[in-house]
Design a protein around this ligand. Structure first.
Ligand code: GLU
Length: 464
């Protein structure tokens, strides 16, 4: 019998939505959408000391920004403590879990002795009941934790959707703590109860969890719960081949939004990072959904490639609706404390957007129209020379006198000025750019000037 397709993403709200989690969310979402199934958002907030509502809000905002809509959730684990307690009670009654009174100090001694004997450290099962075994005397004042009675024999096997068949012998796995003394479940237990209760059919997650899966499978089996299929997605490595981390650049979805990337570009880039559909590099959300069936996920780590992301983003910058682009650039200006209207920006994006990878770069270009410019001393010295100054004065007069403010009219004024002073175009154009635009390189100078209010140019040329 095939189960209804249900996937989930289960972030811990201890920070922003990490790119790795975003990619896993994307795969889980696309898989559910491909098969007409459902996608659930679960917040794994049992690390009470590190979980914050602010992180939850950021995660939800990033999911919304990426367009990863969920059918259920957010479901908070900390609101389900009674349910975990009830399952623990059932397991205690059935004998698949037991109370363990070993104190942290005793655990230290146990591990010390194991190390001294050259053994791998593990919980030695001293509180695990067995027929004919006498348990230690109950210590006074020690609140027990609950441990899972992992099977001693046999092999745990699953056919990983990404990595293929994986097996581990039960004798390698010790009895995991599933509930702490304060009644808060541990990750490996809560995740099983939740995936069971939420009828999750396919679990996609980062491969740092591969070692947890055998425990989880054993707990599923102890609960006689149907097993989901598991797919462990390899990590994302940074440009430098090391694990992607904060120290090496932006790792949160929010940062990319702020840095001027478009959600469709992030979606496209993240999906392709670790998954492929033939040679396709650029695809829409709809194409992703129609292609993504959980196959063709890469077994090897993906390498973050900032240049490629910039290329993908540049592609979408060129193709998105102009009004939307303008609104995004206005948002970038707002971050800089510069207030402009969508119309003012929309009128100017066209000339610059093809040379930009992000809306931040586009705002960098357009800023000369809406805020003062500060040419560098080097540019002034190199381009605004005594040889050009008289021509700049002439050009200023000619521009002031133009009866019509248009690109062709400005071009004529420039041409006449060059002829009158025997200068070459680059000499004059560079000087004008430095003074008016604050930089020596720009698109065609007449096109750039046309987009200014004439007075602004006259005022800046005056500074020659
Ligand atoms: N809270 C876990 C994490 O963020 C979820 C792992 C899982 O999907 O099972 O890594």
């Amino acid at each position: 019998m095939t189960r209804p397709i249900r996937t989930r993403i289960a972030p811990s709200p201890t920070g922003f939505l990490h790119l790795g989690t975003a990619r896993t969310a994307l795969y889980s979402w696309a898989f559910a959408r491909h098969f007409g199934g459902e996608f659930v958002l679960r917040i794994e907030d049992t690390d009470v000391a590190r979980s914050t509502q602010d992180s939850v809000d950021q995660i939800i905002a990033s999911m919304r920004w990426l367009g990863l809509d969920y059918n259920e959730g957010p479901i908070y684990q900390m609101q389900r403590l009674e349910r975990y307690r009830a399952v623990v009670d059932q397991m205690l009654a059935e004998g698949s879990a037991y109370r363990c009174y070993t104190t942290p100090g005793e655990l230290d001694v146990m591990r010390e002795e194991q190390r001294a004997r050259g053994e791998k450290t593990h919980y030695d099962g001293r509180w695990r009941p067995a027929p004919g075994k006498t348990l230690p005397a109950l210590p006074a004042g020690v609140e027990p934790v609950i441990r899972f009675a992992n099977p001693h024999d046999g092999i745990v096997t699953w056919d990983d959707l990404v990595k293929g068949p994986i097996s581990i012998a039960n004798k390698e796995i010790d009895d995991l703590i599933i509930m702490r003394a304060d009644g808060v479940p541990t990750y490996n237990f809560a995740v099983v109860v939740d995936d069971w209760d939420m009828a999750i059919s396919h679990v996609f997650r980062g491969d740092e969890h591969v070692n947890n899966t055998p425990w989880q499978i054993n707990i599923f089996n102890a609960l006689k719960a149907p097993l989901p299929l598991f797919g462990h997605v390899p990590v994302i490595l940074g440009d430098d081949g090391q694990k992607l981390s904060k120290r090496r650049g932006a790792v949160s979805v929010t940062a990319y939004e702020e840095n001027g990337f478009l959600p469709e570009a992030m979606l496209n880039y993240l999906a392709r990072l670790g998954w492929s559909h033939g040679d396709e590099e650029l695809f829409t959300r709809e194409q992703l959904v129609s292609w993504f069936d959980g196959t063709h996920l890469s077994k090897s780590p993906a390498q973050w490639d900032a240049a490629k992301l910039a290329w993908v983003n540049a592609h979408y910058l060129k193709t998105i609706d102009e009004r939307r682009l303008a609104a995004l650039v206005v948002g970038q200006f707002a971050r800089r404390g510069i207030s402009v209207s969508d119309d003012e920006v929309a009128a100017r994006c066209g000339l610059f957007k093809d040379r930009c990878s992000t809306t931040v770069e586009l705002a960098d270009w357009l800023q000369m129209y809406f805020a003062d410019v500060a040419p560098s001393a080097e540019d002034l010295a190199a381009h605004v020379t005594d040889a050009v100054r008289p021509a700049l004065a002439t050009l200023r007069d000619k521009l002031a006198a133009l009866s019509e403010w248009s690109k062709p009219a400005i071009a004529v004024a420039i041409k006449e000025t060059l002829a009158a002073h025997g200068l070459k175009m680059p000499q004059l154009a560079h000087a004008v750019r430095v003074l008016v635009c604050g930089r020596a390189q720009t698109p065609s100078v007449d096109a750039v000037l046309e987009l200014f209010a004439r007075e602004k140019i006259l005022e800046r040329l005056q500074k020659a």
